[in-house]
Design a protein around this ligand. Structure first.
Ligand code: FAD
Ligand code: SF4
Length: 592
């Protein structure tokens, strides 16, 4: 549909941040326009729920067009998006995963939904590195509760250090651990590593729609109605299919099944897909008055106007739009008076180790179903060691792991080759039965400390297919990240050995070889950070630009640090808080 009117808010992007802003603002009665560069996408009708690897070309293996496999939910995206290049400066190998579809990367994300803890908001005060957030955990806690209640997150409250509890009644019950998870739990206990229920945005039972919508919107009948109706359309997970394909029964969190439908049902939201935003425009008064976008279906430049503009295009895309929004008033890009747009980009520190566990061989057939990701995980546990100066890196990591008796795909057969000594025929089948379910993989997800050498900027030599200048990335890990990656690999090897297994992948003494390339963990944040001081930040704690009061940055670009906790739950909580602020400021006419 095309713009018919002036909107209260123009939102760029429809993923975690854009979807949440649209939901909260439309529920609050604002007239909202959402512009999404990708195509329309409906997980209910488009998700291949029951197809097996055998039904797919190459047994579903990844290809350059579908790097995460044939059935991955990502359409028109991946490490490369045709016609939309990016580059890395010499010495940098940054990988940038984008999705061009309604809902963005929420269609196939891992759904791991961890809260940042109280330490994570004040890292500089604790160890002198990086910067503090202009808010504390307690400021965001109510929005974590709301977000978890709305999207549905399973997990438990364990009361562990810097691993916050949710309010009572918010979390859904976690699924029972599987065999390999129980074995890891028992052995990790001996190593002093806690193994607790994971937190994932998957419904282990149907939501109590009437209660939750009443608690979320006590004074707003429309919001209550659309939220309740939308929740009632979501079924509980039936533990059968991989979430990375999307979910046609709406049991996991995707923006197009959880956030956009209730926002549309208010009648206050219009969505234009295939709308690639090129820049934010400003009036003579220096205030944002809308955006220019390319209608990808016609190739024509279009314009959308609104009283506020909210950038939620994903961290680096948002930085790109700001840097490309140059004018006489803002020659270095919009909201960039501090010179910090594009700066302090962070990913997560990642390193992994795999192993084979004889104790898990020849398991009798049993039901190992469950949510399509882990049921338990290990939160960071070495706060004491760190405080005592016994670690050679700052901050921490949590451990995610997988294995077990999932439907075998291409990877299982590849992994078997090293064990079966060239067997074929009947012996090969016996070997398959023996080894099936005995492989395990541990992945660390750790905090990167922001630094001045990790940033994105406009590439002077690059434009996309519409002539929009593209990004160039620069990157440098510090010793903190490299030493942390080495520590991860050593830890995982010791866990595998404690499980009686043998390590099947490399364990490096050199952290630079252990660590995943920048961007690969797909947790990139920063580039327009928030702060308390306009000379040190781009936006304030409500994601509001210091220089342009009706311009907001609600995605991960506003992150000040990137705790080991996967960022998306925090992106949504921050976006909810900012949206509430926008709605109240617009009602009070503080933002005209
Ligand atoms: C395989 C995978 C696994 C992941 N697992 C996890 C996990 O377990 N836990 C976790 O916390 N995070 C995870 N993530 C990261 C998570 O997906 C992102 O943090 C989250 O989606 C970011 O939300 P966003 O709204 O900022 O961006 P996105 O979800 O990427 O949405 C941005 C949207 O904006 C659109 N857009 C971009 N530029 C423009 C433009 N110029 N004009 C108009 N529209 C534009 C894009 O097309 C896109 O639809 C994972 C990501 C991947 C790919
Ligand atoms: S595992 Fe559950 S939530 Fe995930 S896609 Fe399958 S049914 Fe949906």
């Amino acid at each position: 549909m095309r713009q018919a009117q002036d909107y209260d808010a123009v939102i760029v992007g429809s993923g975690a941040a854009g979807g949440m802003c649209a939901y909260v603002l439309a529920c609050s009665g604002l007239r909202v326009l959402m512009l999404e560069a990708g195509r329309d996408y409906d997980p209910v009708t488009e998700t291949p729920m029951f197809q097996t690897p055998a039904d797919a070309p190459l047994r579903g293996a990844g290809t350059p067009e579908k790097p995460f496999g044939f059935y991955d939910a990502t359409v028109d995206g991946g490490w490369q998006v045709p016609g939309e290049p990016y580059s890395s400066a010499p010495g940098t190998d940054f990988r940038w995963w984008r999705a061009r579809m309604l809902g963005g990367r929420t269609n196939h994300w891992g759904r791991i939904s961890l809260r940042m803890g109280e330490y994570d908001f004040k890292p500089r005060s604790r160890d002198g590195l990086g910067a503090d957030w202009p808010m504390a955990y307690d400021d965001l806690a109510p929005y974590y509760d709301k977000t978890e209640a709305l999207i549905g997150v399973y997990g438990s409250n364990e009361g562990l250090e810097n691993t916050p509890n949710s309010s009572p009644g918010v979390l859904l019950p976690p699924p029972a651990p599987r065999a390999e998870e129980m074995l890891a739990q028992a052995r990790c206990r001996e190593l002093g590593i806690p193994v607790i229920p994971a937190h994932l945005a998957i419904l282990t039972r149907r939501l109590d729609a009437a209660r939750i919508s009443r608690e979320l919107w006590p004074d707003n009948a429309t919001a209550r109605r659309v939220t309740e109706e939308s929740m009632n359309r979501r079924a509980a997970c039936y533990y059968a299919t991989p979430c990375g394909r999307g979910c046609s029964i709406r049991a996991n969190f995707q923006s197009p099944t959880v956030l956009i439908p209730p926002a549309l049902a208010t009648g206050n939201l219009d969505v234009i897909t295939d709308a690639m935003v090129r820049e934010v425009t400003v009036g003579p008064d220096g205030r944002a008055d809308g955006v220019h976008y390319v209608d990808k279906t016609t190739g024509l430049d279009e314009r959308a106007t609104g009283r506020t503009v909210i950038l939620a295009a994903s961290a680096c895309e948002t930085a790109r739009i700001l840097l490309n929004s140059k004018s006489g008033l803002f020659p270095d890009g919009l909201a960039n008076g501090s010179g910090l747009v594009g700066k302090y980009v962070m990913d997560t520190v990642g390193a992994g180790v795999g192993g084979q566990i004889p104790a898990l061989e020849n398991m009798p057939p049993h039901n190992a179903d469950g949510a399509s990701a882990m049921h338990v995980y290990m939160p960071w546990w070495l706060y004491g060691e760190q405080a005592a100066g016994r670690l050679d890196f700052a901050r921490g990591y949590h451990i995610e792991f997988g294995g077990g008796r999932k439907m075998p795909g291409f990877g299982f057969m590849g992994g078997l080759a090293g064990f079966t000594d060239g067997a074929y025929g009947r012996r090969f089948k016996e070997e398959c039965r023996r080894y099936y379910g005995s492989f395990i993989w541990f992945d660390g997800r750790g905090e990167m400390i922001p630094n001045e050498d990790s940033y994105c900027e406009i590439d002077p030599d690059g434009v996309d297919q519409w002539g929009i200048p593209t990004l160039r990335f620069h990157w440098k890990w510090s010793d903190h990240e490299l030493n942390q990656a080495r520590h991860m690999q050593r830890t995982f090897a010791s866990v595998i050995e404690a499980m009686g297994g043998r390590v099947t992948s490399s364990v490096h003494d050199d952290g630079a070889r252990a660590i995943a390339a920048p961007g690969v963990i797909i947790h990139e944040v920063g580039g327009a950070r928030m702060g308390a001081d306009p000379s040190e930040s781009v936006v304030n704690e409500f994601c509001q630009s210091w220089e342009v009061d009706n311009l907001f940055v609600t995605d991960g670009a506003c992150f000040v640090s990137n705790a080991d906790k996967n960022p998306t739950l925090s992106i949504m909580a921050v976006a909810w808080r900012a949206s509430e602020y926008i709605a109240s400021e617009m009602t009070a006419r503080s933002i005209r």
